[in-house]
Design a protein around this ligand. Sequence first.
Ligand SMILES: Cc1cc2nc3c(=O)[nH]c(=O)nc-3n(C[C@H](O)[C@H](O)[C@H](O)COP(=O)(O)OP(=O)(O)OC[C@H]3O[C@@H](n4cnc5c(N)ncnc54)[C@H](O)[C@@H]3O)c2cc1C
Length: 402
Amino acid sequence: MSSVAENITAEVAVVGGGPAGLVSAIALKAAGINAVLIAPQAENDQRTTALLASSVTALATLGCWEACRPRAAPLASLRIVDDTRRLLRAPEVAFTAAEIGLDAFGYNIENRHLIAALTARAAELRLPRIESAARAASSDASGVTINFTGGMARALLAIGADGQRSLCRAAAGIGTRRNAYPQTALTLNLAHTRSHHDTATEFHTENGPFTLVPLPGRRSSLVCVLDPTRAETLAAISDAELSAEVERRSHSVLGKIGVEPGRGLFPLAVETADAFARSRIALVGEAAHVVPPIGAQGLNLGLRDAATLAELIADVRGQNLDIGSPGVLARYDAARRADATSRRIAIDLLNRSLLMDFLPVHGVRGLSLYLVDRIGPLRRALMREGVNPAASQPRLMRGEMV
Ligand SMILES: Cc1cc2nc3c(=O)[nH]c(=O)nc-3n(C[C@H](O)[C@H](O)[C@H](O)COP(=O)(O)OP(=O)(O)OC[C@H]3O[C@@H](n4cnc5c(N)ncnc54)[C@H](O)[C@@H]3O)c2cc1C
């Protein structure tokens, strides 16, 4: 990746080098669009991401998956266990990718490996990168200017991939709607003595899900949703105590547990931008929407943003039209809103149904899972929708280049 500075011009300036920004920039560069990435080196990200099959297809199409594959574990099945102590408990439900003709619903990978693979691919494609943070963004009728330490970039369109506290979003005057939940996710990776058999296991508890997702070998990642005080307490105990606690909570399904160094605490919230694009600035990833880490939706949504936007830019540019015009931005907003909204509502419903101490709600959740367990076509439709959302299939997710 060449490092450039001073004043540069490009068709598109991508701000932010997390996975959504890197994939946006790679997709544009691969489509022959003159793009520049403005991004300091990513901070150490200890999270893992379950990439659904359509995201994996997009990464493979962009030439990024080969480097990820040895670091990623397939998710061949998903088990949901009602671990609440409530009167109306749901039956245990297992979903298997083979039922819908797939080897895996997707793959789980540590973010640091994903980002390293994307960074290497961007370098291979000779994507220009400015390794400093954007300090300001401003737009006018003919373009957008991004200022960074040591220079500025001028482009027809800026892509704000700069995360939850997006400078680009603020510069475009776009507000957000945010709801915080009374929950915090404690995250860590762990080693275990029993095989996970490529199966992710989600225990539903009164405080939220406790989810173990396979990593290669006898390792898994954990997202444990708790009330904030309990999460902080657990995050502070010794490795031995935490290993024992995780083993207890997982009912020893993975045998003896050894937690690895590095624990994350993420307060749960849902946040959606009022508009996904305005004033020559389009938002992707968490700059556009944040969803709680339940059901592995966040980055999968972000990659669909990146793929949809790159496709739109390539099409509009092919017609020699202005890629940053209000009409193009409105098309992008319309293309992404339904997908983002439906995922947010589904995650919110599931999460609230666990938190509520209201018997009929538990009855409905239990009945829903019972029906899903018993009715084959419903199960398969749900699984297909989870892996390949019908409403949002940009070309990259279908294995076609932008
Ligand atoms: C515990 C947890 C588990 C999760 N698990 C999953 C999962 O299994 N599957 C899934 O799909 N999603 C998952 N997610 C969500 C996923 O992690 C996020 O959706 C994803 O990381 C967002 O990527 P992003 O590129 O939009 O933002 P980020 O990863 O936040 O990247 C933003 C980047 O922008 C940079 N930046 C910020 N400001 C500037 C600036 N002014 N100039 C330049 N650069 C800037 C930052 O340094 C950063 O590198 C999980 C989230 C959490 C919290």
